[in-house]
Each structure stands twice: as C-alpha cells, then as structure tokens.
Design a protein around this ligand. Structure first.
Ligand SMILES: Nc1nc2c(ncn2[C@@H]2O[C@H](COP(=O)(O)OP(=O)(O)O)[C@@H](O)[C@H]2O)c(=O)[nH]1
Ligand SMILES: [Mg+2]
Ligand SMILES: [Zn+2]
Length: 362
C-alpha cells in the first residue's frame, strides 16, 4: 500500500492533527500510528491504514490498567510475522468507562475517542425509559454527544406515547434495524472520520443496526444465536466498523447491565456499594429513604446492620453528585439543542441532494 493511500485510510479512521502531534511526541522513528479496531478478549486488532491486523501489546501496556481499548490510538512497530507490536498508547480522549459491577477492579474502557453515543432501546416489551435516562445522566460531562435511538419502531403502534415517556434533552430518533427505517440518521450524524458507539441493553438491536448499516452480517445477533446455524458467526465482543460512503465509524458493544457506573456516579458507587444495593430493595424506586414505607436502607439502620454515619456521608455525596449532574445537564441540554439544529439541516440537505441526484442513499 502506498504512503498516500495509507494516509487517506488513517484519516477515514479518524486520525487528526491532534492525534498526529501526540503521536509525534510519544512515538519512536520506527513507529506508525494505528487505531484499535477490535477486542477479542485475548487478541486486539489494529489498523494502521492497511486494514485490521492482529496486534500484541508490549511493555507497560501489558498492565491491566494500560490495556488499549477499541477506538484507542496507539503506536505500533513493524510487524513481526503475523503480529503487529503495540508499543505506546496515545493519551485517551472521550472514553466511555465502566467498572465491573460490585468488584474493585480497574475501570474497563468500553470505547475511546467517541464523538457520539447512540443509546439504543428496543420499543418492544422491555422498553424502559428510566434506564435510558440513567445512561444519559452518566454520559453528561464526558464530552460525548448523546443520541437516543428508539429501535424496533416497526413494532411500535404509538410513537408519541413512547416519546412522551422520555424526559431527556438528547435528540430522539425512531429507527428499525429490521426494516432499515430511519437508520440513516447514524451516518448522517457521524460523517467522515467521526466515531459513534452503540450502547444499550442486550437485545435492544445494536448488532442488527450495525449489520443493516454495513449491508452484511458483520456481528452476530440474538436471532442467529437462537437459530440452527450456530457457529457461523464468531462473536466479536467489541469492534469498530467503517460505515460505507464515508459515513463515519461505529463501535458495537455487548449489552451491559452496569451502565449506571459510568462517569461521575462511579465514585459514589465505589465507596457505598452496599448502600446502593440496599436502595435497590426499597419498595419505591424513587424512595428518598425518609418516611417511605418499605425502605430497605432505614430498616438496615434500625436493625444495626448499617452505620448511620455512613448513611449520612452517602446522602451528602448523593446530593453533591445530583448538583453536579444538574449543572452538567443544563450544559448538555444546550449543546444538544444547537447540535440537533445543525443535524436536522444536514439531514434535510442530504435528502434533497439524494432526491436531486437520484441516489438511493441509505
Ligand atoms: N422487530 C424488530 N426486531 C429487531 C429489530 N432489531 C433487532 N431486532 C431483534 O432483536 C433481537 C436482538 O437483536 P440484536 O441485534 O442481537 O441485539 P443486541 O444485543 O443489542 O446486539 C434479535 O432477535 C433481532 O432480530 C427491529 O428493528 N425490529
Ligand atoms: Mg449485539
Ligand atoms: Zn429507601
């Protein structure tokens, strides 16, 4: 591959002037910049502009808390046989992080260098507006732009009722990975070199959306797992895909229950895991642990199982977090509104362009 076409491929992968200067500062003369495009658990795939290659981490990157994640920019050495040595991690930006539930392990980076997080929720039996709101709260202040994709719109009879259940500032789009309806919002929002990530519960239809956008069965979906052709797909836990026609880059993730641990909430949960777990058992979901009947936290204090002083510091921390979230939310709401205006204009322009050119688009 020529130097030029490899440089073009890197730009399409999201390489920009900022990454270039970090790379120049941190890499050696034999290194090349590359992006981590898949994490198969034991093996990472990296792309230096010539397509995905198996990579192997070296030196300090062998430490758990230094392991590159999907989306990361790294410096790689010339390939040794099949394997490309990954020798430096460029300073990570806009990463989505979670902690393994209940354990004191290193935070797990879900995706790095993310511009837009598409929060996918299925409009079928499991539709849970509170869960969507929790994810959006966790995203506030990360610098990642949130967009809600209400998927399986083909199964939804009353869209305005579904929308009315969601009290969020982020743009809300109805899509169907099954029929393809509305899915062009993803490449329209991203565009060349920009990175999105699909997050949301397992079964929401993330992998179906990816496959629809790519026009091929790149990721295994729930339907295939139950089918009779098991093993046809190798499930890739996390992977970054280039959308056709410079539609940007999209990362698929497996479903996660632990999403509430992102961003600012993580600190409180770490020190007060036990109290948070008790709170889940209160009779009312919005229990303030005051005079409400069936409050599991107050019961624990009364039985002596929970030190009232710890409850007091937990309350204090919760109030501080809620305050910080409100401030971030106002900021996020304003940013989302102005960005959404720009996006609707771009979508309109693109539709008009396609009408004029007769292109079938997405
Ligand atoms: N009716 C309908 N079903 C869908 C749609 N998208 C996905 N599904 C189904 O939902 C299930 C889970 O999809 P999958 O993509 O594996 O979800 P993931 O766990 O979020 O990746 C599968 O059985 C899909 O066929 C959709 O737009 N409409
Ligand atoms: Mg999936
Ligand atoms: Zn309570």
């Amino acid at each position: 591959m020529s130097h030029d076409s490899s440089a073009r491929a890197l730009t399409a992968l999201g390489f920009d002037s900022r990454i270039r200067s970090d790379f120049a500062r941190l890499a050696g003369p034999a290194h090349a910049p590359a992006r981590v495009v898949a994490d198969h658990g034991t093996r990472l795939l990296v792309d230096a502009g010539g397509g995905p290659r198996p990579g192997v981490v070296r030196g300090a990157l062998l430490r758990d808390d230094r392991r590159p994640a999907v989306g990361d920019w790294v410096a790689v050495a010339p390939a040794e046989g099949e394997l490309t040595p990954i020798e430096a991690l460029l300073p990570r930006q806009r990463a989505l992080v979670r902690k393994a539930a209940g354990e004191r392990t290193v935070p797990q980076v879900i995706a790095a260098w993310v511009d837009t997080a598409f929060v996918v929720a299925g409009l079928d039996g499991d539709f849970n507006p509170r869960k969507i709101e929790r994810i959006l709260t966790a995203l506030a202040g990360t610098g990642v732009q949130p967009v809600v994709l209400l998927n399986k719109a083909d199964t939804c009879v009353d869209r305005s009722a579904a929308r009315a259940q969601l009290a969020v500032a982020a743009p809300i789009c109805f899509v169907s990975g099954l029929t393809g309806e509305g899915v062009d919002v993803v490449p329209t929002l991203l565009g060349r070199g920009r990175t999105g990530v699909l997050v949301g519960a397992s079964g929401a239809g993330k992998s179906t959306l990816i496959n629809r956008l790519l026009g091929r069965e790149a990721q295994a979906t729930g339907a295939v797992r139950d089918g009779d052709d098991k093993g046809r797909h190798t499930t890739t836990a996390r992977a970054l895909f280039a959308l056709p026609d410079d539609g940007g880059l999209l990362i698929d993730t497996p479903g996660m229950r632990e999403l509430a641990l992102w961003a600012g909430e993580g600190e409180a949960d770490e020190a007060f895991d036990d109290i948070a777990a008790l709170g889940e058992q209160c009779r009312f979901r919005d229990c303030a642990h005051g005079a409400e009947p069936g409050c599991a936290i107050r019961a624990a204090v009364e039985s002596g199982a929970l030190d009232p002083a710890r409850l007091t510091s937990y309350d204090k921390l919760q109030r501080e977090l809620a305050y910080a979230e409100r401030r971030q939310d106002e900021h996020a709401a304003r940013a989302a509104q102005s960005r959404w205006k720009a996006v609707s204009t771009r979508m309109r322009q693109r539709r008009n362009f396609e009408k004029r050119t007769g292109g079938k688009g997405w």
